[in-house]
Design a protein around this ligand. Structure first.
Ligand code: ADP
Ligand code: MG
Length: 725
């Protein structure tokens, strides 16, 4: 087949692009070079303006308009020196993607000339047309305007492009009435709520410092690389991000020879180039390695404050994609681009803390510190047990459904892995508190006999969706293509609730005259008693776990359609409302947008399946069938005995495919518009009727791929896509 053979030939003829930089360059010399950082501000702003900015950033003080003007002017000069011609408010709509609206710095003056201008007002606020972004009923159709507003906590940066550079300003995106149309606004709100209650708990432990408590996030990003020639010859990869057809390759990942193996030279060149771009943008990319599946890799930046980490994560994905194209490859972030080999996740490492106190999820040096650590851990246990469904909903998407629970990623059941040592401590607490610890003597919380808790994560459990790893929790369910803002909003909010509960309980006990240590002990015991069911240290991939989880009353929300309604349960709406993260409207809008995106994603895939099967796969199979029929006829005409078995073997799946296409066509003929009165109906139809109809077409096609003559097969195969880089 011409297309496929040409693709292979083109990959072979590839000439590596020249490396455009000195590979010996010190990473530190370019780090943050394109960021309007605090250091740059300090250099370029008058002292009083800089100080005012600093207190806005660090203490959330309101931004003075005069200060904004001064900052805008310095920012413009800096950006012009960096070759920027335009500025853009960058925002994060509910599609999960990044959006930007560019404006030129040039302002016509009226006499036919123009000069570069950028005022505080244009820095701080923008008005993009919001009508093309999903809003889940938040925006009235007559009011298309949305507002973007500068998030001073996230620094502005210059994005380089061969055709001209752009000053990018991270912003929130809200409607006329102030409702959040994006992922950043609720992240900032949830961060604030969590800080308030974390500080109440800290105060009880004697920490009265002025610093906010922030959530930290370190995201490990998995991705696949495919040569562009193959990518372009696969309409499914191009349009849906995943292969809708493809027989399993003779060699998959079973040899375990890829994970942590030598990185192919071509890929290493790409990684270095990408990292360099990330460094310029102040993104601390640190770890890189091969992943489990062939063609799969991982990058992990150092953790940062969640808001910054979230912006950086989005920027990291766009950078990986654009640099890949320069290197003749496509970077795939889909959760399951290839059936039969592992999919890609984005592990969200999560902790709380601040500069003064460090991570609050690290066991301390003294029993007092350890008691504090245990309260924060208990808060995690309570929050994940009460609102595991929300965590599941925060990672629900059509594409992540292919990954969760497929024995390569955590199951859809949200449980916590604590590790032996910590599990033992909580076990003791549950059994009445002051009893014996496994390896050392008696255990009483808050007094001198509390054992040292080492920070050594000890055993690693890869099958748990939410695992303690020594100084943080690792949430492993997020998909590779998802924004980390969704899970971080939920984590912050449910932690706000749990810390509020802890602080209130302790405050009341102490006010009532109870000894503080005793109050802590009672609190921890009651949390373990009420919420210990969420702790599971066993094998999350085993067949027994779902059965046991059900007995424990843990939810198993297998698909997006099961998970999304969690966003609008009365408990969830009350939770989000109480902590000022979403009002009821906003919570519903997230649910509606999630459903809409699910239905759309399945519909695109279904249409592609129908089209590719009809115009590409079936014609190839029929050509081969005709050739075989010709062979039988020729043999018979020559008076030779004709063996029809090959013809029959090929004809059977052709017949199955025709039948499956009829079923899929009928499913697609039905209305796919989500009815606002009953959004789940369309989503259930996608899941229960459309997806199985697609699967039947695929089964026939994949059988044909193993039968049809190779020179007739039109689509690049798994072998080619996964192994030729
Ligand atoms: P592993 O493969 O062992 O899970 P990686 O090095 O691939 O570890 O990634 C670990 C991630 O966790 C990194 O992004 C790292 O910065 C982050 N991390 C480390 N400590 C913390 C912490 N206290 N809070 C949040 N994230 C953290
Ligand atoms: Mg890792």
């Amino acid at each position: 087949n011409a297309v496929r053979q040409q693709a292979i030939a083109a990959v072979e003829a590839r000439v590596a692009p020249p490396i455009s930089f000195d590979p010996g360059e010190e990473p530190g010399s370019i780090f943050g070079e394109n960021v309007f950082s605090l250091t740059v501000m300090q250099k370029r702003l008058p002292k009083n303006v800089y100080r005012s900015m600093l207190s806005t950033i660090e203490k959330s003080a309101p931004l003075d308009p005069d200060v904004a003007d001064a900052v805008a002017s310095a920012m413009k000069d800096w950006a012009l020196e960096k070759g920027a011609t335009h500025y853009a408010h960058v925002f994060y709509p509910l599609t999960g993607l990044t959006a930007e609206k560019h404006d030129s710095f040039l302002d016509p003056v009226g006499d036919g000339t123009a000069f570069a201008s950028f005022s505080g007002k244009t820095l701080v606020q923008g008005e993009p047309d919001a009508s093309s972004f999903p809003n889940g009923g938040l925006r009235n159709t007559f009011e298309a305007r949305g507002y973007t507003a500068w998030d001073v906590m996230s620094p502005a940066y210059v994005l380089e492009n061969p055709n001209g550079n752009t000053l990018c300003i991270p912003t929130i995106f809200i409607s006329m009435t102030g409702e959040a149309l994006d992922h950043k606004t609720p992240l900032l709100r949830s961060q604030q709520a969590m800080s308030v209650h974390a500080r109440r708990v800290l105060e009880l432990f004697g920490h009265t410092g002025p610093d906010n408590v922030v959530a930290y996030c370190g995201a490990e990003q998995e991705y696949f690389l495919v040569d562009s020639h193959f990518f372009l010859a696969r309409p499914d990869l191009l349009n849906a991000g995943r292969t809708l057809f493809g027989a399993k390759p003779p060699k998959g990942q079973e040899f375990d020879d890829h994970y942590f193996g030598a990185i192919p030279e071509r890929v290493l060149g790409y990684m270095m180039d990408t990292e360099r771009e990330l460094f310029k943008l102040g993104i601390p990319a640190k770890t890189r390695h091969n992943e489990v599946a062939p063609g799969q890799f991982e990058v992990a930046p150092m953790f940062e404050r969640a808001n910054e980490a979230s912006d950086h994560q989005q920027l990291l994905m766009t950078t990986f994609k654009s640099v890949a194209r320069k290197h003749g490859m496509e970077c795939l972030f889909h959760e399951k681009p290839f059936d039969g080999v592992n999919g890609s996740g984005k592990h969200v490492n999560f902790s709380l803390g601040n500069a003064a106190l460090g991570s609050l999820l690290v066991p301390g040096d003294t029993p007092h510190d350890n008691a504090q650590f245990l309260v924060f851990c208990a808060a995690v246990i309570r929050s994940v047990h009460r609102f595991g469904g929300l965590l599941r909903a925060s990672v629900a998407s059509a594409s992540n459904d292919h990954r969760l629970g497929a024995n390569e990623a955590p199951p859809a059941i949200i449980s916590i892995f604590l590790g032996d040592q910590l599990a033992d401590v909580f076990d003791q607490i549950a059994k009445g508190g002051a009893t014996r610890s496994k390896e050392r003597g008696t255990l009483t919380i808050g007094v001198d006999t509390l054992p040292d808790l080492t920070t050594d994560p000890g055993d690693r459990n890869r099958t748990s969706p939410f695992a303690f790893t020594g100084n943080r929790f690792e949430f492993r369910a997020p998909g590779s293509n998802q924004t980390v803002a969704g899970p971080m909003v939920v984590l912050n909010t449910i932690m706000a609730e749990a810390l509020d509960h802890c602080a209130t309980t302790l405050e009341e006990a102490v006010a009532g005259g109870t000894d503080f240590n005793e109050a802590v002990q009672t609190l921890l015991a009651s949390i373990v008693a009420d919420h210990g069911a969420v702790i599971f240290n066993g094998n999350g991939y085993s067949d027994e776990w779902p059965v046991e989880a059900e007995q424990r009353g843990l939810k198993n929300l297998r698909t997006t359609v099961d998970a999304l309604p969690e966003l609008i349960t009365p408990e969830a709406v009350e939770l989000f409302g109480t902590y000022g993260v979403f009002n009821a409207h906003e919570a519903h809008s997230r649910f509606e947008v999630g459903i809409e995106q699910y239905v759309l994603a399945v519909a695109v895939e279904a249409n592609l399946t129908l089209e590719m099967a009809t115009t590409t796969v079936l014609p190839a199979a029929i050509r081969y069938q005709t050739e075989l029929a010709g062979n039988v006829a020729a043999l018979l005409a020559a008076g030779v005995d004709a063996d029809r078995s090959t013809l029959e073997t090929v004809s059977a799946p052709i017949g199955e495919m025709r039948a499956a296409l009829v079923v899929l066509g009928e499913a697609l003929a039905q209305d796919h518009v989500v009815d606002p009165e009953d959004p789940l109906a369309a989503a259930s139809f996608s899941r229960d009727t459309v997806l199985p109809a697609m699967a039947a077409v695929r089964t026939a096609a994949d059988t044909l791929e193993t039968l049809v003559a190779d020179d007739l097969w039109p689509l690049p195969t798994y072998q080619e896509m996964l192994y030729i880089l």
